[in-house]
Ligand binder design. Structure first.
Ligand SMILES: [Zn+2]
Length: 463
């Protein structure tokens, strides 16, 4: 670009921020939003969709037959609910197979322990591995350790995650899972077992994705259930502990999954998009009810309720992202495919933090949105939702789009109990409170309607 063009572009971008800041909803629109809120608060639709997904599909780890069935289920569900446009977009990924997983304490006091392989981990071979435990309280302690102390042993990280409403303890705990094997492998460990990244005391381990850093020796990686991590700590108080573990997990073939998309076409500005959704894949141990069947169900139902009531001015696009759990694969594919249309993505929100009640909303905008935010607060307050901060972190599948400059909102759920179930066999429908799901549905319905109607836009993301 020539200097003159660059200057013109900068002026146009700056100018668009000034004149296109979101305006306000009319009195009639506020009334409509209230009517929608009341209807959604009584609607069973999100629960019915979630019951359908967990019953008819269940586990749907990326690259498995469950993934393919989930894609077909989603297409059919959108069609059954009479969305205006339904399609799917390919997402390339590599399969991973879990295989058999078992472990035991060999000495000093032999006992079985419950483990699960971490996603993407190599296996041990059918003969398994055995070795002496070397214990670290945290991932940082492992990082600081000398290779000589670690070589030939099985690393055990015992850091315990505690409960928080906003889930912030997860971010601090998760490095042990995602990077522990790389650091342990580099120092010559035979394998790594971590205390599950979870806040329950069920004898159920939590799986989740891990990755090997480029060039490091790859070693098997597993998570122990919380009670079994405690058991190993108690045996360690009495001296050296030797464990054995067998995992037949392995990396599979290239696979094509799909982002599945359903749209309610806008009546006045159909090219302008409000994006909502959740991720369609889940881990394989439970039925993926809270992670992320709830998000899928809430957002499909919200778009449907709005469509049945009145066509919104902008298009509401529900994206059910593929392969989130193994590294935002579908989200990256979507951002790449739609990068040249990013300016029509007005704003977005993803539901991916379970099914607890929403307690606050955050937003991001290049502009001062005080008038519109005050209206949203007024609309969401009766649901027990308060105004948060002008710095939305959004759901993970929106990160690639935020990086391109899209504005996001975050309707923040109470996640105090979320990590009791997260990535375990216990993530099943009975854990979802239908009343909480209605509250989520009402919040998404009101929010999506409001941002689909409000004049102006949120400019480019400044985060
Ligand atoms: Zn999730």
């Amino acid at each position: 670009m020539k200097t003159k063009q660059i200057i013109t572009t900068i002026i146009l971008i700056s100018f668009s921020h000034l004149i296109f800041a979101a305006g306000s909803l009319s009195k009639a629109e506020l009334k409509q939003a209230e009517t929608l809120r009341k209807a959604a608060s009584k609607s069973d639709l999100a629960y019915e969709i979630l019951e359908s997904l967990t019953t008819e599909v269940g586990p749907r780890m990326a690259g498995t037959p469950g993934d393919a069935r989930a894609v077909a289920w989603a297409e059919n569900k959108f069609k059954e609910l009479k969305f205006d446009r339904v399609w799917k977009e390919p997402v390339k990924l590599r399969q991973w197979n879990r295989g058999i997983e078992k472990a035991e304490i060999i000495s000093p006091f032999p006992q079985p322990v419950m483990i699960t392989a971490l996603g993407n981990s190599i296996g041990t071979g059918e003969e398994g591995v055995r070795g002496e435990i070397i214990h670290f309280e945290t991932f940082e302690d492992l990082q600081k350790a000398e290779a000589g102390e670690v070589r030939g042993k099985i690393v055990f990280i015992s850091h315990k995650m505690h409960k928080t409403r906003d889930g912030s303890a997860y971010g601090r705990a998760v490095a042990a899972r995602s990077k522990g094997a790389s650091v342990a492998g580099e120092k010559g460990a035979k394998a790594i077992v971590i205390r599950s990244i979870g806040t329950d005391n069920d004898r159920l381990p939590h799986t989740g994705n891990m990755n090997y850093a480029e060039g490091v020796t790859q070693i098997p990686a597993a998570a122990l259930s919380n009670p079994d991590a405690d058991l190993i700590l108690n045996q360690l108080k009495r001296g050296k502990v030797e464990i054995g573990m067998t995992m037949t997990s392995d990396i599979g073939d290239e696979y094509t999954s799909y982002n599945v998309i359903g749209e309610i076409t806008g009546s006045e500005n159909p090219e302008e998009l409000i994006v909502i959704g959740g991720h369609l894949d889940s881990w394989d141990l439970g039925t993926g009810a809270v992670d992320d069947g709830a998000g899928v169900a809430i957002t499909i139902a919200a778009a449907k309720l709005i469509a049945d009531y009145e066509r919104p001015k902008r298009t509401i696009r529900v994206v059910l992202w593929a392969a989130e759990e193994i590294g935002l694969v579908g989200a990256r594919a979507y951002a790449k495919a739609h990068a040249d249309n990013i300016n029509n993505h007005i704003t977005a929100a993803e539901s991916d933090f379970g099914a607890g009640p929403i307690w606050s909303f955050d937003w991001s905008s290049a502009n001062d949105e005080s008038a519109f935010v005050a209206q949203l607060e007024q609309l969401l307050n009766p649901l027990g939702i308060v105004r948060g901060q002008p710095k939305s972190t959004s759901g993970p599948d929106l990160w690639p789009l935020r990086a391109l400059g899209m504005s996001t909102f975050a309707l923040r759920q109470d996640g105090t109990d979320y990590f009791d179930l997260h990535h375990t066999a216990n993530d099943t429908l009975d854990k979802v409170d239908p009343e909480h799901l209605k509250q989520n549905l009402a919040a998404y319905t009101v929010w999506a309607f409001a941002v689909a109607q409000v004049p102006g836009n949120f400019g480019f993301n400044i985060n």
